[in-house]
Design a protein around this ligand. Structure first.
Ligand code: ATP
Length: 348
């Protein structure tokens, strides 16, 4: 955030300097929700000729704030209320109650003004023009947002370089692979320099290499530009790589708000060390882990997700003929299920 210099001021007619307003703190919230609710009225069949009205509380009293520059993981089971929250944050849906401010703007009242300050990427849908080459889609984005030439050229150059889009610029969107299209979509959302970026499942369906590339780009972009990011995902590695803070939503309420490590501790979840030995061995015995599966020379060792893998790797390597290893994260659904088993909590 750029702090504007505060001009000195005098009280009218007195000549006595008025106290200056305090400068905004560096951690000024850029997203603020206070007791936000969204109720949908739906009609459902109650007989051959009868329909009854019914209310769905998609978001049921959510309050949180996100300081500028933070990346927050916004996770939860299907139907938890994540997309509804994001739609309200963009102004697509208006809340049934409560207060929302994004960059100080009420999204419902000033949706168009807000659109210039936010970017949105939906992993399951493209915002690009299917039959146009990427370059032409970006040109349309430039006109829609009325981005000045110099700024557009600078941002396009940065996105093309960092997302490796150069060879793809003249390819019609429909001919791009899912990973290429996703990188194209992310660039489209960033050309107008948004302060806030909403990412809804940005790595869904991508292969391991494409996922890693997208995550690396987002991490670097956030570090360089200080863009605030709200990330919805079912992939725990997205969260691990990008977010210090995670919020778990269920039934339209915040069930957890804190560090991922804390969520693991609450849910008592486990990671798995997958080890390949030089030969078949009986299930290995090491402190802090238990062997949960053996398949030929490969074994799966479960250990507490909040613990470091390093001592375990050292112990296995010292005692057994190790050839290769990898660490697998638990599925988000497993972490949340274990969290419910332990009783819900707030980590902040
Ligand atoms: N337009 C709508 N009309 C009626 N009900 C809706 C509407 N949109 C969402 N809902 C309901 O609100 C609840 C929350 O839905 P929402 O799409 O926000 O969940 P979600 O957490 O994004 O789920 P997913 O992970 O599956 O995308 C669900 O019960 C859903 O059926």
């Amino acid at each position: 955030m750029t702090a504007e210099p505060v001009p000195s001021a005098e009280s009218p007619g007195t000549g006595v300097p008025r106290p200056r307003p305090a400068p905004e703190p560096a951690t000024e919230p850029v997203i603020e929700l206070d007791d936000v609710r969204k109720v949908f009225d739906v009609r459902r069949k109650a007989g051959p000729l009868r329909r009854e009205r019914h209310q769905v509380r998609a978001v049921d009293g959510i309050s949180f704030s996100v300081p500028r520059g933070e990346i927050v993981g916004y996770i939860g089971p299907n139907g938890a209320g994540k997309s509804t929250t994001i739609k309200m944050l963009t102004g697509i849906l208006s809340p049934s109650g409560g207060r929302i401010r994004v960059c100080g703007i009420d999204p419902t009242r000033e949706r168009t003004r807000l659109a210039r300050r936010i970017g949105v990427v939906f992993g399951q849908r493209t915002t690009l023009w299917w039959d146009l080459p990427l370059r032409d889609s970006y040109e349309l984005v430039r006109r829609m947002y009325r981005i000045e030439d110099a700024r557009y050229a600078r941002n396009l150059r940065a996105c093309v370089e960092l997302l490796e889009l150069g060879p793809l610029l003249d390819v019609p969107v429909r001919q791009l692979s899912l990973g290429q299209r996703m990188r194209g979509d992310i660039a489209a959302a960033l050309l107008h320099d948004p302060e806030v970026l909403y990412l809804d499942e940005p790595t869904i369906g991508l292969d391991v290499v494409s996922k890693a590339r997208v995550r690396e780009f987002l991490r670097d972009f956030n570090a360089e530009r200080g863009t605030t990011i709200l990330l919805t995902t079912h992939d725990l590695t997205d969260i691990e790589t990008l977010c210090r803070r995670v919020m778990v939503i269920d039934h339209g309420r915040v069930m957890y708000d804190g560090e991922l490590r804390g969520l693991h501790a609450v849910g008592d979840s486990e990671r798995t060390l997958v080890v390949d030995f030089a030969r078949e061995l009986p299930p290995v015995q090491v402190d802090g882990a238990r062997c949960v599966k053996v398949e030929g020379p490969r074994q799966w060792l479960a250990f507490p997700a909040a613990a470091s893998a390093a001592p375990l790797v050292a112990a296995v390597a010292a005692a057994y003929p190790l050839v290769d290893l990898s660490v697998r994260e638990p599925a988000i659904e497993d972490v949340i299920a274990r969290m419910y088993g332990a009783g819900s909590s707030t980590g902040t």
